[in-house]
Write a protein that binds this ligand. Structure first.
Ligand SMILES: Cc1ncc(C[n+]2csc(CCOP(=O)(O)OP(=O)(O)O)c2C)c(N)n1
Length: 643
């Protein structure tokens, strides 16, 4: 915050009334997760109302979990995937030089972020091109998510590293305002004195995470969590701000905004005769647990196999990969912390696999399967190495982190790679079974993908899980517990019951498809065959073809960009000689070619139109078309049922 204050209120040349003034200094937040600090800087400088910062991470708000320049004036670029900002800053500095402009480009980075290889590509470029209009700032608070930077992956000596890349290096106390302002102003003056001939400057600011709040200082756990009301009061008191911030007004402002969000969302929702939302009724109660827990459980119970080696990528607790060694200190030698370096870790995993090890790595799905796509393609898949990749926090339901952290394309990418197998389990139990299988029984490149949010448990120990084989799920009756209302069978053991349609789903959309089946039965009397296609690759095309032949309506449901599931299902149908000449009506539920947004997970399920209600509304429409082709047209399509 001290650096933010110095930059936005004193050092940077900018005009809040004209945020796009061409001669302004550019401030790039390579550490996009420090967005709250950026928003406060903008607000205090006059770019936006201060009270609006309380709308942080709320749906439709410009104050996204990670900054988006197209949503909030004053934000220069969209960031959130670490390690990219310095390269953008290099580009902006080069453009300024080409245009003979004298403005400066500041780039704020974290010290953990220095582990990303791209930082050093950009540092090399800035030194090579003598970009003295570029000023890097490293917030050296010595902490990252998994703990101390020196333990996770040492980046020191930073001063020597930048110097050797041709940079001017200044080290300061990042909480001493005189030192901060002096270092920033001096860096600007240097550039003005001899434009084009000097060096880029990096200011390495020694800081303390949570400075001034006794219970937050130097505690890694405060990386991404908001304080409780009591903690907030205590923190404000310790900072000497008690009574100086209109806390109640800010809460009221956020609450009022939230009420409007909820009104808008409800207006968007398809309506039925009653409220079928999760646990809204007296019966059909579902137990909710995060899928990722199943991944950790499997690693904990299978981790004794000496071939298994797990990589930490600085998000280990949250994705539960650290369960591998949590209660087994003797496994620590097979736990390799790689830091925030997904690309190198991916190729290193290939190296370990080459030597007979069984490497496992995981992080947010977008960093596990997109940032390192070429490494997965060439180092792992082309060599056909036995590596298990976990894409955690996949899909829109990741929630408030927003678009940069919502992997909506990873399933496409992974399914497109030769040799790769892809499993998207539907709940915590299935995630454990799928991990057990992939880890020890399946040999080759493999990707398991799961969500972050707690989702309904819809399988149990007896539910079949066979890699590459679909399950059929049928609603049998309403029951006190949601899971008891359904019968699940391996599809190959199932006999046609002349259902009205098939809903084919994967991952967290399986419980939504089941709930849609309940809506369809209860409001319309329709019977649904739910296909749990947990294995996206190899896909159970036989199950799809049988379902299409039996029901003639196939609706797919996925909570990422439409297509990773929908297009292979369509292709299975159109390419099956069994179905040539038979009319099959298809539909697809999923994200419609747009980026994600910040918001609560279940709000996003509604906003992106991937809820059971949306599935059911689409199903009614498709069944309406089927009936209109085979008999008199039905009038009950779209929103309200006709029971
Ligand atoms: C490419 C990428 N990998 C992982 C993450 C998840 N992540 C967000 S913040 C963070 C730790 C950052 O540490 P540091 O740079 O030291 O920042 P600070 O501790 O000051 O917040 C990680 C791993 C990310 N945002 N981007």
């Amino acid at each position: 915050m001290d650096i933010t204050a110095a930059l936005y209120l004193r050092v940077a040349d900018h005009d809040p009334k004209n945020p796009n003034w061409p001669d302004r200094d550019r401030i790039i937040w390579s550490t996009g997760h420090k967005a709250p600090s950026l928003y406060l800087g903008l607000a205090f400088a006059g770019f936006c109302p201060k009270e609006d910062v309380a709308l942080l991470r709320k749906l439709y708000s410009p104050y996204q979990g990670h900054p988006h320049w197209l949503k909030l004036p004053g934000v220069e670029v969209s960031t959130g995937s670490l390690g990219q900002g310095l390269s953008i800053a290099v580009g902006i500095a080069l453009a300024a030089r080409l245009d003979k402009k004298n403005h400066h480009v500041f780039c704020i980075m974290g010290d953990g972020e220095q582990q990303e290889g791209q930082i050093w590509e950009a540092a090399m470029e800035a030194g090579h091109f003598k970009l003295d209009n570029l000023i890097g700032i490293v917030d050296r608070n010595r902490l990252q998510i998994d703990g101390w930077v020196k333990d996770v992956m040492n980046v020191e000596p930073l001063e020597d590293k930048y110097r050797s890349f041709g940079w001017e290096v200044v080290t300061i106390d990042g909480h001493d305002m005189n030192q901060v302002v002096e270092a920033l102003e001096k860096a600007k003056e240097n550039a003005k004195a001899k434009p084009g001939s000097g060096k880029p400057t990096v200011i390495i600011a020694n800081t303390v995470k949570g400075k001034g709040v006794s219970f937050m200082e130097n505690v890694a756990g405060w990386h991404g969590r908001a304080p409780t009301r009591e903690e907030l009061d205590k923190a404000l008191k310790e900072l000497g701000l008690e009574g100086q911030i209109p806390v109640e007004l800010l809460f009221a402002h956020a609450k009022q905004y939230q009420a409007e969000v909820e009104r808008k969302l409800e207006a968007k929702m398809p309506k039925f005769h009653r409220n079928y939302w999760w646990n809204a009724a007296e019966n059909m109660k579902a137990q909710m647990k995060p899928t990722r827990l199943g991944f950790g459980q499997s690693l904990a119970s299978n981790g004794d196999d000496p071939r298994i080696v797990c990589f930490g990528l600085d998000i280990s607790g949250s994705i539960t990969i650290s369960e591998f060694y949590a209660n087994k200190p003797e496994r620590k030698s097979r736990w390799i912390s790689m830091g925030i370096a997904e690309q190198s870790a991916t190729s290193a995993a290939a190296g370990l696999a080459k030597e007979g090890k069984l490497p496992v790595f995981g992080t947010y799905a977008t960093f596990a399967a997109a940032r390192n796509l070429d490494q997965i393609r060439t180092s792992i898949c082309y060599g056909n190495f036995n590596v298990l990749i976990a894409g955690a926090h996949g899909g829109v339901s990741v929630g408030p982190d927003g678009a940069t952290h919502q992997a909506l394309e990873d399933c496409f990418a992974m399914c497109g790679l030769p040799n790769m197998s892809v499993v998207v389990p539907c709940d915590m139990v299935e995630t454990r079974k799928a991990t057990d299988y992939l880890l020890l029984k399946h040999v080759g490149p493999k990707y398991i993908r799961f969500a972050r949010e707690a989702t309904p448990i819809v399988t149990n120990e007896n539910t079949p899980f066979v890699f590459g084989k679909a399950n059929v799920i049928r609603l049998r009756k309403e029951a006190p517990n949601f899971i008891e209302a359904f019968e699940t069978k391996l599809e190959s053991d199932y006999r046609d019951e002349c259902e009205d349609l098939t809903i084919a789903a994967c991952g967290p959309m399986v419980p939504e498809a089941m709930r849609a089946a309940w809506i369809l039965k209860s409001d319309f009397g329709y019977e649904t065959r739910v296909l749990n296609l947990h294995t996206l690759k190899p896909l159970d095309t036989e199950a799809i073809v049988r379902a299409a032949r039996d029901t003639s309506v196939v609706l797919t449901a996925e909570e990422h960009q439409i297509g990773a599931l929908a297009w292979p299902v369509s292709s299975a149908i159109t390419q099956s000689p069994t179905l040539y000449g038979i009319p099959i009506i298809t539909g697809a539920i999923g994200v419609k070619d747009r980026f994600g947004d910040s918001g609560a997970p279940w709000e996003l399920i509604k906003e992106f139109e991937v809820s059971a209600e949306h599935i059911a509304a689409k199903a009614v429409e498709l069944i309406g078309i089927k009936k209109s082709q085979t008999g008199p047209p039905v009038s009950e399509v779209h929103l309200v049922g006709t029971k």
